[in-house]
Ligand binder design. Structure first.
Ligand code: GDP
Ligand code: MG
Length: 163
């Protein structure tokens, strides 16, 4: 079985864009399991000449108004709990938010290995973007731009060193 990497984060940080960049496929390798994992989308990342791993896009934590009580949040939690590595995806443009804090708090409860991925850093100073999340105390944060496919090689190297 392939190692499983879960993409977790609040809505709109670019999880699905990252999922598509990693799996290089919008639909082909994505499937839903109706009624069971409605908001979990699985694919496979096959980096050239390197080990493959499975990726799950958790489809978004519930909106701010729902906190973490919603069904999608439970799905995200289930995906994180079964993952070998969680990519905690945040928005480098908006910086750390209260919902990020909340997600990180429950990620810590799952005790899964977690890598902080600061997305949307195209046109930004990567070090400064990462620094905004320094208080999370997650070592080895990676700055990427999913939309522009920047930083993906570094991200892949980091993921493969951990799974
Ligand atoms: P999700 O809700 O976390 O799955 O986020 P999406 O992947 O749907 O992306 C939300 C929005 O952010 C979309 O408009 C994307 O085009 C945009 N986006 C995603 N990744 C990047 C990025 O690396 N840079 C920029 N500038 N925009 C991005
Ligand atoms: Mg999404």
């Amino acid at each position: 079985m392939l190692p499983l990497v879960a993409l977790v984060g609040r809505p709109n940080v670019g999880k699905s864009t990252l999922f598509n960049a990693l799996t290089r496929s919008r639909d082909a390798l994505v499937h839903d399991e109706p009624g069971v994992t409605r908001d979990r989308h699985y694919g496979v990342c096959r980096p050239e000449g390197q080990r493959a791993f499975a990726v799950v896009d958790t489809g978004g934590i519930a909106g701010e108004e729902q906190g973490l009580a919603g069904a999608t949040a439970r799905q995200a939690r289930a995906a994180a709990e079964e993952a070998d590595l969680v990519l905690f995806v945040v928005d480098g443009r908006e910086g750390a938010s209260a919902l990020d804090d909340e997600i990180l708090a429950w990620l810590r409860k799952t005790a899964r290995p977690t890598l902080l991925v600061v997305n949307k850093t195209d046109g930004l100073d990567a070090a400064a973007a990462i620094n905004d999340f320094a208080r999370y105390g997650i070592r080895d944060a990676i700055a990427i731009s999913s939309a522009h496919r920047q930083g993906l090689d570094e991200l892949l190297a980091e993921v493969l060193s951990r799974v």
